[in-house]
Design a protein around this ligand. Structure first.
Ligand code: GLU
Length: 295
């Protein structure tokens, strides 16, 4: 069945309990879906097999219901669609745009430290990850066939060359009623991003663009911390011939230290708040969300 209605999604990763930042994000997606007369989907982004836990998936359902949110069934669990992401990797491989990058995290850190010791700052991705320092060597020893497992990275230079002109833009919206604005995005700020890892048959960047297309997502509403990633997402969409949704990036909830909340801060988890007797209205108030009017 196809539908003309806008389609939105909240897409948490089940590697910890949801916190106040997730509550804001889920409520924003719901608010946009209502304002647009659209659908609200929930997607479980569980391709990080070493960190995802079924108990966290259950907790996501419970915590969102407790907040008063409803979503369509069935819920898409990315771990059930690994073949789909594998096919996309094969297509990128066939285009000569990815290569095996076997170095471990500690190899990478050691090499970057060695290079930085000579006084040269080593480039970092907008999310803080260091650029892969063995790209030249690994691109050269690329085998004829794609290995069935192990890390694979995007050859960013080759990808940008394939893309050619014109430069990429993302269509963004400030509020649900606004006209979309094209904003230039620059994937060149990133290094050779990881698309498959050791315990990750597909990384977030790959799986998200495929699912947004497959599920017909029209509006991606997510935290502003994800804004720089939009450049990589637009690039992958272009390389894989996927549709690009409209984007809106919302404010973040910061912790007492002024930094964005992380899943390791259990005290701010919705679960812990609920166990301490906090009511959903108080959670809404804590994140500056208007309390629903009683009927
Ligand atoms: N799984 C990602 C996260 O939890 C979702 C980001 C997005 O909405 O694209 O941060």
């Amino acid at each position: 069945m196809t539908s003309q209605a806008p389609v939105l999604r909240f897409a948490p990763s089940p590697n910890g309990y949801l916190h106040l930042g997730h509550a804001l994000s889920a409520l924003e997606v719901d608010r946009w879906a209502r304002a647009l007369g659209g659908r609200f989907l929930l997607r479980i982004e569980d391709t990080d097999l070493s960190r995802s836990r079924p108990a966290f998936v259950e907790a996501i359902f419970e915590d969102l219901r407790w907040l008063g949110l409803y979503w369509e069934e069935p819920v898409r669990h990315q771990s059930e669609h690994l073949g789909t992401y594998g096919a996309a990797l094969q297509s990128l491989w066939d285009q000569g745009l990815i290569y095996p990058a076997p170095a471990s995290r500690s190899d990478i850190q050691r090499e970057v430290a060695r290079r930085e010791a000579s006084g040269q700052p080593w480039p970092r991705d907008p999310d803080g990850g260091v650029h892969y320092p063995f790209g030249a060597r690994d691109r050269q020893s690329r085998p004829a066939a794609m290995p069935t497992e192990g890390p694979l990275r995007l050859d960013l230079a080759a990808a940008l060359e394939r893309l050619g002109e014109p430069k990429l833009t993302a269509s963004t919206l400030d509020d649900p009623g606004a006209e979309p604005k094209p904003v230039p995005v620059d994937p060149g700020l990133w290094g050779d991003v990881l698309l498959r890892g050791r315990d990750r048959p597909a990384t977030y960047h790959l799986a998200v663009v495929i699912d947004d297309d497959l599920q017909g997502i029209t509006h991606v509403v997510r935290g502003i911390d994800m804004e720089p990633a939009t450049a990589i997402h637009r690039l992958l969409q272009a390389l894989l011939g996927l549709r690009a949704p409209l984007y809106h990036h919302h404010r973040l909830i910061l912790g007492d230290d002024g930094r964005k909340l992380s899943k390791s801060e259990g005290a701010k988890s919705l679960r812990a708040l609920r166990q301490r007797g906090t009511r959903p209205d108080a959670v809404r108030a804590a994140i500056g969300w208007p309390t629903p009017r009683s009927p």
